[in-house]
Design a protein around this ligand. Sequence first.
Ligand SMILES: [Zn+2]
Length: 159
Amino acid sequence: MPYKNPEDKKKQMTRYYLEHKEERKVYAQNNKEKINKWRREYLASHPEKKQKYTKEIKEYRQRYEEEHREERKVMRAKRRKKLQTFVNEYKLSKGCSVCGYNEHAEALDFHHEGEKEFTIGQACNRTMSLKRIEKEMKECVVVCANCHRLLHTKRFLSI
Ligand SMILES: [Zn+2]
């Protein structure tokens, strides 16, 4: 459509932009992979844009972290508590696999049979993903503190 003056064109473009905002959002949501691929390819062939983009993202993240410091702290604590509850419930549902003790989760440990990637306690503190923690838990046996110590002593003494 031809426009006599550039101001009209600008106005029309703004109007179009605002009118189709929702549609764009839906499109972006439905084509995430396509858009990400396109963005990756574009940035790979435009190193100077990539640099600018990376810098902007870094600055944005820093700013966000600074502005939401307290909020993030509360969120992390909440998440930590959620993970801890999840782990404790799992421990109690299993009980000690040697003597059957299942009264207090605090007195139940995870005994790693194979390779230990991380301890479950560390994972909760670092707010690792639930899926990863669950996977690691399933590779362990739950034992009470008492039996755990005996288990390691026996292994050490090879009784
Ligand atoms: Zn036990």
